[in-house]
Design a protein. Sequence first.
Length: 349
Amino acid sequence: MLVPHEKIRQILSAYDKKKIKIATICSHTALQIFHGARLEGIKTIGITTQKRRKVYEAFPLGKPDKFIEVDDLREVPASELVDENAILIPHGSLVEYSGSKLEELAVPILGNRHSLLWEKDRKKMFEWLKAAGLQVPATIEPDKIDRPCIVKLPGAKGGRGYRVVHSSEEFYEKFGGMNVTVQEYLIGVRVYPHYFYSPLSKDGYRASEGKIELIGIDRRFESNIDEAYRTEQAGLSFTPSFTVVGNELLVIRESLLEDLLEMGKNLVEAADRLFGGIPGPFCLETICDENMQFFAFEVSARIVAGTNIYPLGSPYTAYLYPEPMSMGRRIAREIKLASKANKLQKIVY
Ligand code: ATP
């Protein structure tokens, strides 16, 4: 059950606007979030286990101003955060660890928590992608597999356990009785654009009541598929797997930027219609085929790990801001601007 919007409004209206802090759990994109907030002059809180604390202390410019130690990262200390005037920044680990508890947390969260429900349910997520007019891979019934398909386990597990199958027989042999999604396997280049939607300004690429910024693009490095040529050269055979290991920067043909911007704009406007919008960062996972057509298979309405590549700005933020701008810093900038304009309610739920 989502915590009522009205309750978050009340908590936020009691905050001292001059002392807003940024909080997140120490994982995923936390270094970047703390670093960006520091550059914007906003104090930060890192929720951590005792063991992990030293990792963040090893990076003085990326560590939080204050640590809150917990025994288990699934436990977000909501009332302590409220006492600290904190806004919680959701990232991949926070969403994965907290699960449905995140929806219930009585602490202001950047973005719209309705989006959490839409991105975690694959059927709803595809409804959103389609409502935005994006092309998506076909979802195939297990007994009708007529082409190479990728079989996906539920939840955001960074591709862990995914396999390619070529027939219904192979599917039942490997996944019979399991709750999985079977999707057409797309051939092309993976392109994962990172966007920021701001309802506070119209100065830029217009979307809904504000604008979107294309902050960067990454491509993931997945084991073992992305080093397949080495394995093959070594004369070994292997079963392709898709577990994310890291990310690398991607810059695409400039003539494709219009497609990326339009996809971002359409996602924002579809989110408006379906569940009241997605202020803040979001990301798409797409494959661009040989005809320069983009097919989207995932959307995340939050900061993604691919943004960790550019803590001091990307090849795209260079044309948006004169100062080094990361996604973490962009988040802090938005909170600062919204707070000054008394519009925090617009970007937080
Ligand atoms: P996360 O939530 O961390 O993004 P996930 O577990 O939801 O991960 P996906 O992002 O859906 O997994 O997919 C993992 C990887 O599998 C992708 O990065 C891509 O390389 C590959 N993949 C996913 N869907 C397809 C597809 N339809 N065709 C080809 N490859 C795909």
